[in-house]
Design a protein around this ligand. Structure first.
Ligand SMILES: CC(C)(COP(=O)(O)OP(=O)(O)OC[C@H]1O[C@@H](n2cnc3c(N)ncnc32)[C@H](O)[C@@H]1OP(=O)(O)O)[C@@H](O)C(=O)NCCC(=O)NCCS
Length: 151
């Protein structure tokens, strides 16, 4: 398995993976345009030349980055692919100046194993204002805010 930055040729598969999980209500949908304009913030996991997972950083401020659109194809889950993508995104965020990295997720033990801790969602007003305001589940959201301090 290899983790690498996304290339323009990966956009259709990134779109397919993320939106498959978005249909199930697990991830926010992303458009092709949105993926294309944020491509430097995406990492992919490749097995034998095939993309089996991805994840992205969404910058809320120059020092605050969210991990978003983290997904691994079902057949490849449970083998450390998701963990490796998160580690690569954390490294990318840290080297680009992030001090705080967070995720809104249901995969709490998964993020805990990677060093994240549960946080109050109120710590991330940028996120709540920018994204949650449009979400139909905002009054009964079951996602947990998890945070990693890196600086
Ligand atoms: C979350 C996800 C990316 C993990 O990828 P992965 O390659 O399976 O991750 P790893 O192999 O590194 O770690 C797997 C561990 O995470 C746990 N985990 C995965 N998804 C979980 C979830 N939704 N809730 C709780 N734990 C979860 C697994 O139980 C497993 O733990 P175990 O080894 O003790 O059994 C993957 O399950 C996925 O794509 N899920 C659907 C999309 C999603 O929910 N993304 C997270 C949004 S932030």
């Amino acid at each position: 398995m290899r983790i690498r930055p996304a290339h323009p040729g990966d956009i259709p598969i990134l779109y397919a993976i993320v939106n498959e999980y978005a249909r199930r209500g697990w991830l926010l949908p992303r458009s092709v345009e949105e993926i294309a304009t944020t491509l430097p913030d995406w990492m992919v996991a490749e097995v034998e030349g095939r993309i089996v997972g991805c994840g992205s950083l969404v910058w809320m401020s120059p020092t605050l980055a969210e991990i978003r659109s983290l997904a691994v194809e079902e057949a490849y889950q449970g083998n450390g692919v998701g963990g490796a993508i998160v580690q690569a995104l954390v490294e990318r965020a840290r080297s680009a100046g992030a001090r705080t990295i967070f995720a809104l997720t249901r995969a709490v033990p998964f993020f805990e194993r990677l060093g994240f801790t549960v946080a109050e969602r109120d710590r991330f007003p940028e996120k709540v204002w920018r994204d949650c305001i449009h979400c139909p589940l905002r009054e009964r959201c079951d996602e947990v805010a998890m945070v990693l301090q890196v600086g």
